[in-house]
Write a protein that binds this ligand. Structure first.
Ligand code: SF4
Ligand code: SF4
Length: 201
């Protein structure tokens, strides 16, 4: 019945959740000990490297999720965006997974607009470029043009393991980023938490 959150919400008059009741287990930190077969070398010396993990579960049961969903890295906080934060999402070579999870933060369950976070259809109105997917040759110039078109101050957010490290088959996005949100794909709760933090809550 958990997918009927919106019906329950309407009945109780609750439209959004303060924090999610269920977080997808395999989108949280991974911990463990022992030998692993990891296709992306995301475990070295028994240390989990979040930027490389594609959550394929080949390391299970030696390594398993610890349910901490805060797997993002914020390099600096920009309180200039505290009142409103406009995102321009761009797909440089995804499977579609990251796009779906990013879109979900605008759904009533997460409702990013209550935190002053919005999508924009043009880089000219954007505070942050949200790049998803590996770098594909034909998108290299598009990415540069979108970034150049944004007004200052501006920042880059890399969303998903493909963008952060190149994932299993690609090249990472060669733009200086202020936020990295690994995960394959990251869950909406993780994305929203990272966005709220970087804009200055
Ligand atoms: S889930 Fe897959 S990619 Fe992540 S650490 Fe385990 S084996 Fe490596
Ligand atoms: S990180 Fe995973 S979900 Fe996101 S684009 Fe890459 S393969 Fe797809």
């Amino acid at each position: 019945m958990k997918n009927w959150w919106f019906v329950r919400g309407l009945k109780k008059g609750i439209l959004t959740e303060e924090s999610p009741k269920d977080i997808a287990e395999w989108s949280t930190e991974i911990e463990g000990k022992g030998d692993v077969v990891c296709p992306t070398n995301a475990i070295e010396n028994e240390k989990w490297i979040k930027e490389r993990c594609i959550f394929c579960r080949l390391c299970y049961p030696n390594y398993r999720p610890n349910l901490n969903p805060r797997i993002y890295t914020i390099k600096s906080i920009n309180t200039f965006f505290k009142k409103s934060f406009y995102l321009y999402p761009i797909d440089s070579g995804t499977c579609g997974g990251c796009n779906l999870e990013l879109k979900l933060i605008s759904a009533p369950q997460y409702d990013m607009t209550r935190f002053g976070i919005f999508f924009t259809n043009t880089p000219r109105h954007a505070d942050a470029l949200v790049v998803m997917g590996i770098l594909t040759e034909k998108m290299r110039e598009v990415l540069e043009k979108a970034y150049d078109a944004m007004p200052e101050p501006k920042l880059v957010i890399l969303l998903g393991t493909c963008a952060v490290s190149g994932g299993i088959l690609g090249e990472k996005i060669p733009l200086d980023s202020v936020v990295e949100i690994p995960g394959c794909p990251p869950n909406p709760y993780t994305i929203l938490e990272a966005l709220r933090e970087v804009k200055g809550k």
